[in-house]
Each structure stands twice: as structure tokens, then as C-alpha cells.
Design a binder for this molecule. Sequence first.
Ligand SMILES: [Zn+2]
Length: 101
Amino acid sequence: MKLPKKIRVDNYTYKVVPIKNQNIISSNKRHKHRKLMGEANFPKQKIRISTAWSRDEVAETLLHEIIHCCAEREGLPHDEHYVGRISRRLYQVLKDNHLKF
Ligand SMILES: [Zn+2]
């Protein structure tokens, strides 16, 4: 997919940064050695997405990071297990039903 340059979540504007490497090294000190397909940095309002994957994987990763940003904005917990399952299912629903808003 063609990544948007920015994603707006409420009054925050996240810059979307495509990364050519297959794995992104986490910028979070707690997860320093984890390899990721994407990562949202809330204080810096930046979403990094690896573009070395299939169209569906890149799109779902972007959706995954957007869900993290929305949960963060709402003060909701957003552990990887929860966000991973929601993003996979929501992406499938949006895609299979051809939903565009
Ligand atoms: Zn995540």
C-alpha cells in the first residue's frame, strides 16, 4: 500500500515514516532488542512502518499502530496481544467488506 505521510489522531498528527528494512529495531528502551514491523512513538508523534512486507502486511501494521495511537489517546491499555488480535480482525473485516470511510 502507499503509506500516508501523516495520520491524525484527535489533535495529534503522527508523521508516518516508511522504513525499507524488514525489521525495525525498537526505539523503546524497554524493548530495545525487539524487531518490529512497525512502531508508534507517542511523544515524538511518529509512526515507523517497514515497507519490506506484502501490501496486506504493511496495511495491517499501519492499522495496528493506529490502534495503539487511539488507545494511547484515550488512556486505554494497549498491550501487544490485544492490539495484535484487534488489528488482524479489524483489517480482515474492513478488507473483506470493502469498507472505506
Ligand atoms: Zn503493537
